[in-house]
Design a binder for this molecule. Structure first.
Ligand SMILES: [Zn+2]
Length: 205
């Protein structure tokens, strides 16, 4: 089964008006414009067209001319309005990819807005992702707010540390409730940690 590859489609001008006279069979008004679109597809969904070429076909003798073979006058007529438009559907994949990136970016922005908000108004139960670097590796753990005062925050420190974001995900799933030590940090220190990118996200339930 072919799940991706290239396909071609012949598009005809929607108003089907002749664009010229045929030089081969000398029939007047027998030339019609087409556009040959080659596009990439995945599961038959067009991703994007990578090549388009204007073609002309004589309705009478069926002579096909590719773009370079079409006489300049006919080509000018085609270009000035007779070129079939490539339907937007042929860009489905690109549009989809654009939307995905757009929503990922939007999610990232809303996440960082939330993190900023939670940082400014800390509440008991907020879980901070804490990152530190060691020998070029990123190590993560969780700090959970136990208590907040005017100028300090008491955190429960998770008993485990994980390598990388994947390890952190596992830590959350398996050791998300293992806290035994506490640490008290001045709120200015916490702000400094955020500025140093040592706090990646803050979650509130
Ligand atoms: Zn002809």
């Amino acid at each position: 089964m072919i799940i991706f590859g290239t396909r071609t489609k012949l598009l005809q001008n929607s108003d089907y008006t002749a664009v010229g006279n045929c030089k081969y069979c000398n029939t007047a008004g027998s030339i019609y414009a087409y556009k040959h679109v080659k596009y990439f597809h995945i599961f038959w969904i067009p991703i994007f067209p990578y090549r388009t070429e204007i073609m002309s076909v004589c309705n009478h003798c069926k002579k096909v001319n590719y773009q370079r073979e079409i006489d300049p006058q006919t080509l000018a007529t085609i270009r000035s309005g007779g070129v079939p438009k490539t339907p937007i559907g042929y860009f489905s994949g690109l549009i989809l990819i654009g939307l995905l990136f757009g929503s990922a970016a939007a999610a990232g922005i809303s996440g960082s807005i939330k993190t900023k908000k939670y940082l400014e108004n800390p509440a008991a139960g907020d879980v901070y992702e804490i990152k530190r670097e060691e020998n070029g590796k990123s190590l993560y753990t969780l700090y959970r707010i136990a208590n907040v005062t005017m100028d300090s925050i008491t955190f429960d420190v998770n008993d485990y540390e994980a390598e990388g974001t994947k390890g952190l995900r596992k830590l959350r799933e398996q050791r998300g409730d293992s806290y035994s030590e506490k640490i008290i940090l001045a709120r200015t220190e916490v702000a400094k940690m955020k500025a140093d990118n040592r706090i990646s996200t803050i979650e509130r339930k």
